[in-house]
Design a protein around this ligand. Structure first.
Ligand code: SF4
Length: 210
């Protein structure tokens, strides 16, 4: 599809490819759980505080729940997240010999892990070419018109993956997240300065024809 090719070319040029793998998969998983329903800066603060005390499933299991809650307090619904982080650490230790599982199915059995979190761990942690669909990746292709507006998160992922293969899939998540923060914002998108306005349905309907 021409539109998708244009989007990929644009993301490639503007944002480049993300670094894949390398870090601790466990810390990536916990950080992604911490990032749910909060802003990036809150996630970073909470993750830094927690990992300064405990970095591994073993260490987190040893911490009392109240201590975890206190450490991750900046991350929004911290009580629920602390419980999930403690439970998933126990499961990883007990059922996976302390290692983060590397299939979507196994990841999604962990508390607090849905499609987005599983796909982030698979792609950024294990280098599996999949597209993690967060709020930006869900919104932007619908606005542009490459994905049906009513599609659910899993449908969005499958549709996008039908257009792009291999390492280009890594580009889609990182690129759209940054594009969604900078230009195609949830509210008041900066359409007049957007390099993709020529292929965007939202622009045609909501800006040109308004
Ligand atoms: S034209 Fe507007 S709605 Fe379309 S991609 Fe650009 S910023 Fe988003």
């Amino acid at each position: 599809m021409d539109k998708m090719k244009k989007i990929i070319r644009f993301l490639e040029k503007r944002y480049g490819y993300p670094e894949i793998g390398g870090g601790s998969k466990f810390r990536l998983l916990v950080t992604t759980v911490l990032s749910q329903r909060t802003r990036d800066e809150n996630t970073s603060r909470a993750a830094k505080r927690l990992f300064s005390v405990a970095k591994t499933p073993e260490a987190i299991c040893k911490l009392p729940l109240k201590r975890i809650e206190k450490l991750i307090r900046p991350s929004g619904p911290y009580r629920q997240k602390a419980e999930r982080i403690k439970k998933l650490s126990k499961i990883i230790l007990k059922d996976h010999k302390g290692r983060v599982p590397m299939t979507r199915e196994e990841l999604m059995k962990l508390p607090g892990v849905g499609y987005k979190t599983a796909d982030i761990v698979l792609s950024y942690g294990f280098g599996v070419p999949t597209i993690a669909v967060d709020t930006h990746v869900n919104r932007i292709p619908k606005r542009i018109g490459v994905v049906n507006e009513k599609a659910g998160v899993e449908e969005v992922r499958k549709r996008l993956e039908s257009f792009v293969t291999g390492k280009k899939r890594f580009l889609v998540n990182l690129g759209l997240v940054r594009f969604g923060q900078e230009i195609c914002r949830p509210v008041n998108p900066k359409c007049s300065e957007c390099p993709l306005k020529g292929v965007c349905e939202y622009y045609k309907k909501e800006v040109v024809c308004k």
